[in-house]
Ligand binder design. Structure first.
Ligand code: ZN
Length: 250
């Protein structure tokens, strides 16, 4: 049985990334759903750690794209802009090229990987059921994995035919219980939450283990030294809000 580590939104938080890699144990592949950098104090270390993991597939997030100059900064808030500019100054040309060369969307067997949504990989947030519903028409694989919102969730498309055989399907959703494997139902969209900046009021780093043969998904949470990361954020001169939010999980 193979195990695939699915992670997203590391955001320069090396302590959280190390906690996740340690907790995940032996895996056969690593799939990263973008935003390796931004907000956090160790973008270079996170990028190098991730890039050297065996069997890595990584897509590009909006912060990754912004650091490379691909995106205009006007769409980000002031504190995000400060951290993007600070991050850019920490990275070498080779690091920036690595981020610039990340694909926006990848299909691996029965799974589509992307950062925001299959319709708009870099920018769109899957936060409401109407937007999610529309997005089911934008991938053809059984499953789609996304990040970007920093909130673990799963959405399933439920087929429902009316008398004229017209599809009137709807979207069902749930927040998977942590540390318990669930059976994956085609077609579904999964978000493993965020490694480096969880926003569901659970301060622990979030990630998932995907088992392709059994089609199981296990959302996992792991504690890390938040205080240490906060100190690094403040020492780097990054906005203090990036530090305070970590202990509240938003
Ligand atoms: Zn993010």
């Amino acid at each position: 049985m193979s195990r695939i580590l699915v992670l997203s939104d590391i955001h320069g938080n090396l302590d959280a990334l190390e906690a996740v890699l340690g907790d995940a144990g032996k895996v056969d592949a690593v799939w990263c759903l973008g935003d390796v950098v931004g907000y956090g104090p160790q973008p270079k270390e996170c990028l190098h750690r991730l890039a050297n993991l065996p069997h890595l597939t990584c897509v590009q997030g909006n912060h990754d794209a912004a650091v490379t100059g691909k995106l205009d900064l006007y769409a980000f808030n002031r504190e995000a802009i400060l951290s993007i500019q600070w991050t850019r100054a920490q990275l070498s040309t080779t690091d920036v090229e690595w981020l610039a060369n990340l694909p926006e969307k990848v299909e691996l067997q029965e799974v589509t990987l992307t950062h925001g949504s299959p319709r708009n990989p870099i920018w769109e947030y899957l936060l409401d059921l109407n937007t999610v519903h529309i997005n089911f028409a934008h991938f053809t694989t059984d499953f789609c994995l996304v990040g970007h919102t920093h909130i673990p969730v799963l959405y399933t498309y439920v087929n429902k035919k009316n008398g004229n055989d017209k599809d009137e399907g709807y979207v069902d959703w749930m927040i998977p219980p942590p540390n318990r494997a669930i059976k994956m139902i085609p077609r579904s969209i999964y978000n493993p939450g965020s490694v480096g900046q969880p926003r569901d009021r659970d301060v622990r780093a979030a990630y998932a283990i995907y088992e392709p043969e059994s089609q199981e998904w296990e959302l996992r949470r792991v504690e890390y030294d938040i205080r240490a990361v906060q100190q690094k954020i403040l020492a780097a001169g990054l906005p203090s809000r990036h530090a305070s939010r970590l202990e509240e999980g938003w």
